[in-house]
Design a protein around this ligand. Structure first.
Ligand SMILES: Cc1ncc(COP(=O)(O)O)c(C=O)c1O
Length: 385
């Protein structure tokens, strides 16, 4: 296998401009690099973008998921229904919050959780539904919210892929009680590591804000700025989940370019779909849901059985040609810890298992050059034809 050379095309590459860099320098020169005014500005800007006044910046989406699940105060035996087609953080945070994860299979076409499967899994112990807007395609929030209302369940939306996503003209994350976003290095908005938690209930978010910083009643900015020094109280045993001003410095300007970058990815998405239409693969869903927007976060193809290579061979061949790929995701019931802990059997989740064995994501960054795109298209075609 070749090592990564200078012409390596990574799966996800952030694009940083002069504005981002200058804002980070401003943060460094100000001497305030922890949680401060830039975090406040990023929270307000992000809230405005998605249509909420209640946004809390965190150091990851995992932290946002954990905080929102902790706020449900789950009791032993309480169940949270989620999808097997997700990243492990979705499941792990349910476990860390004292809940029992229950899986409902996903759809074959858009990889999002299937509302009928959710309905079959609801029991007297169900407390919440945790849908994941896969690759930026919105889950069917109409049906999911109907189920939640009918059964008095909380809803936490995993929006790690879904910053730009809308459904019925509303932003992903604003349907449920909470929406959790990721700004990890490969995401549509990158702060290195980072996340955002939005909430329907502003008062609840104010409580969570304390839990996100050790359970302290005041953060450092509040304690030391204007009006002199104040002592803090500890109101709960909290976590260390706050975002820093250096991260927010990047977020503010990345957010300002979010639509511009989305248009670039949309173009790449369409180009790929035209260029790969004759190959023995299933392309990502191209169903356009009315009044909704796909965030175009991941371009995932499914390698069919009649292809000349299987998924893992495809990944190796792409790597040999200096092109990065990703697997989003191997299906959750295939992992040993979950099998041992919950007795999950991959065969009980046929759609997720089939996707997990065949899926591979190819680069979809706004910074890809025409030359990069030609190389990717040419290699995918030559490997799969
Ligand atoms: C669906 C999903 N949920 C949660 C996460 C966790 O995000 P973070 O890395 O910001 O904690 C990810 C990250 O890749 C993800 O893809």
């Amino acid at each position: 296998m070749k090592s990564k050379s200078s012409d390596f095309i990574p799966l996800g590459a952030p694009t940083f401009g002069k504005d981002d860099i200058n804002e980070v320098i401003d943060s460094l020169q100000s001497g305030w690099v922890g949680t401060g005014p830039k975090v406040g500005q990023f929270e307000r800007d992000f809230g405005k973008y998605v249509g909420t006044q209640s946004a809390l910046a965190t150091n990851s989406c995992t932290a946002a998921l954990h905080l929102s699940l902790m706020s449900l105060e789950l009791k032993p035996g309480d169940e949270v229904i989620t999808t097997p087609m997700t990243f492990c953080a979705t499941i792990n945070t349910i476990i860390h919050s004292g809940g029992k994860p229950i899986l409902a299979d996903c759809n074959k076409d858009d990889f999002c959780i299937n509302p009928e499967s959710i309905s079959e899994k609801i029991t007297k112990n169900t407390r919440a539904i945790l849908p994941v807007h896969f690759a930026g395609h919105s889950c069917n929030m109409e049906d999911i919210m109907q189920l939640a209302n009918d059964h008095s369940l909380n809803v936490i939306e995993d929006c790690a892929h879904a910053i730009e996503t809308t459904f019925d003209d509303n932003h992903a994350g604003t349907f449920g009680d909470f929406g959790c976003f990721s700004f990890y290095a490969t995401k549509n908005l990158v702060t290195g590591e980072g996340g955002m938690l939005i909430a329907k209930d502003r008062e609840k978010l104010n409580q969570i804000k304390k839990i996100a910083l050790h359970g302290m009643s005041l953060d450092a900015w509040d304690r030391f700025s204007e009006g002199g020094f104040k002592h803090y109280d500890i109101v709960a045993p909290g976590f260390k989940y706050n975002m820093t001003d250096i991260q927010a410095a990047l977020g503010i300007h990345q957010l300002a370019r979010i639509e511009e970058n989305w248009l670039k990815r949309q173009r790449i998405w369409r180009l790929y779909s035209e260029s790969f239409s004759e190959l023995p693969i299933d392309l990502p869903t191209n169903v356009v849901v009315p009044k909704s927007k796909h965030a175009h976060h991941l371009y995932t193809i499914l390698i069919r059985d009649d292809a000349p290579v299987n998924r893992d061979e495809f990944i190796l061949k792409m790597q040999e040609n200096n092109i990065g790929t990703g697997v989003h995701y191997r299906s959750i019931p295939g992992f040993s810890f979950y099998q041992d802990s919950f007795g999950w059997n991959p065969d009980d989740y046929p759609n997720s298992t089939s996707i997990g064995n065949r899926t591979v994501s190819i680069p979809l960054s706004p910074g890809l050059s025409e030359n990069d795109l030609n190389r990717i298209i040419e290699k995918v075609n030559s490997i799969l034809k």
